[in-house]
Design a protein around this ligand. Structure first.
Ligand code: FES
Ligand code: FES
Length: 171
């Protein structure tokens, strides 16, 4: 049995220790927002956060996450509200087929948690490993910039400060 925290709740998983985390999340825990793309850590579609770090779940073994905090796209929102990135993704109409997008958002969320005001260059560098066959890259950059502005605005409003602190590193 392997125990870890998924989106703020403790879970026990009975699976072989070398089972890919992606299989556990999708097949056993039924969180299907995280996608299988390449299966070899090359595309980013399967990105989740492990203790706040963007991580390829297709190439992370279950035994490596024992006792850790996992956040998937389903757990990114803070309470009932959307994460600023999710709102920005809608406003900028980023998705085309949508398949890569949860991985894109999880990578962007980890970036903003670490660096709330990234430059364009920093955004491009952080998002570099997340591939999109539909070519939504320019929209992704605009959405990350929009979310960054929203987080800054929230942080400057006292009553909104708690919401502005991206939830990803605290779950
Ligand atoms: S499915 Fe994991 S990086 Fe492509
Ligand atoms: S939106 Fe289709 S692969 Fe990215």
């Amino acid at each position: 049995m392997t125990t870890f925290t998924l989106n703020g709740k403790p879970v026990d998983v009975a699976a072989e220790p070398d089972t890919p985390l992606l299989w556990v999340i999708r097949e056993q825990l039924k969180m299907t927002g995280t996608k299988f793309g390449c299966g070899i850590a090359q595309c980013g579609a399967c990105t989740v956060h492990v203790d706040g770090q963007p991580t390829r779940s297709c190439s992370t073994q279950l035994q490596a996450v024992a006792g850790k905090r996992i956040t998937t796209i389903e757990g990114l929102a803070n309470g009932n509200g959307m994460h600023p990135l999710q709102a920005a993704w809608i406003a900028e109409q980023v998705p085309q087929c949508g398949y890569c997008q949860s991985g894109q958002i999880m990578t962007a969320a980890a970036l903003l948690a670490k660096n709330p005001k990234p430059s364009r260059k920093e955004i491009v560098a952080a998002m570099d490993g997340n591939l999109c066959r539909c070519g939504t890259y320019s929209h992704i950059i605009k959405a990350v910039q929009r979310a960054s502005r929203a987080i800054e605005k929230q942080a400057s409003t006292p009553s909104k400060r708690a919401e502005a602190a991206p939830a990803t590193t605290t779950r």
